[in-house]
Structure formats: structure tokens, C-alpha cells
Design a protein around this ligand. Structure first.
Ligand code: ZN
Length: 99
């Protein structure tokens, strides 16, 4: 029983990876557009998202506990200003969305 379950899981994963390889799909593109919109609209974010999509700036900054505008997790948030307005991520995503 456990074996058949794990095979099923494996097949599912294989299918998933095949889908990614063979269809750089509309779905992914829509997801990127969504993320792009989120990055543009975000006014504050957690340090994980800030480092992922932006570049940290030197200098003092205040952190407030709250829900990250990007990943939705509760964390210490900073203004996106402190991550150069997430321009790195915005640029990368707009490039990937534009064909
Ligand atoms: Zn986040």
C-alpha cells in the first residue's frame, strides 16, 4: 500500500516536471504577471522577499511586525524602499513576461 502510494507520488512529480520542461506555459506567464503586480504594489515586505527581489540598502531602517505583502507570511517588515523598491525582481519579471 505504502509502495503504490509512493509510486503514485513519483509519477505525479514526473508529470509535473515534464509539464514544466515541455510547456513554458501560459500558466507560468500568468503567475509571473501576478507576481510582478504584487511586487509593484508592495509597500513593505519581509527580508527574505526583499533580498530575493531587491537589493538591500545601507542605513538605518525600522522594522514592523506584520504580514508580508509578497509571500503572505508573518514577519518583520521593512519598506520596499530599503530594498531599492524591488526593482531587480520587477525588471527580471517584466523581461520574462515580455516575449
Ligand atoms: Zn515575504
Amino acid at each position: 500500500m505504502a509502495l503504490s502510494l509512493s509510486i503514485e507520488k513519483l509519477l505525479k512529480n514526473v508529470k509535473k516536471s515534464l509539464a514544466i520542461v515541455f510547456r513554458p506555459s501560459r500558466k507560468l506567464r500568468l503567475k509571473n504577471i501576478d507576481l510582478l503586480r504584487t511586487l509593484i504594489n508592495a509597500t513593505s515586505c519581509c527580508s527574505r522577499c526583499g533580498l530575493l527581489y531587491g537589493e538591500p540598502r545601507e542605513g538605518a531602517s525600522t522594522s514592523v511586525k506584520g504580514i508580508c505583502h509578497i509571500c503572505g507570511q508573518e514577519a518583520l517588515l521593512k519598506d520596499t524602499r530599503h530594498y531599492a523598491y524591488l526593482r531587480k525582481g520587477v525588471k527580471k519579471l517584466s523581461d520574462s513576461v515580455r516575449h
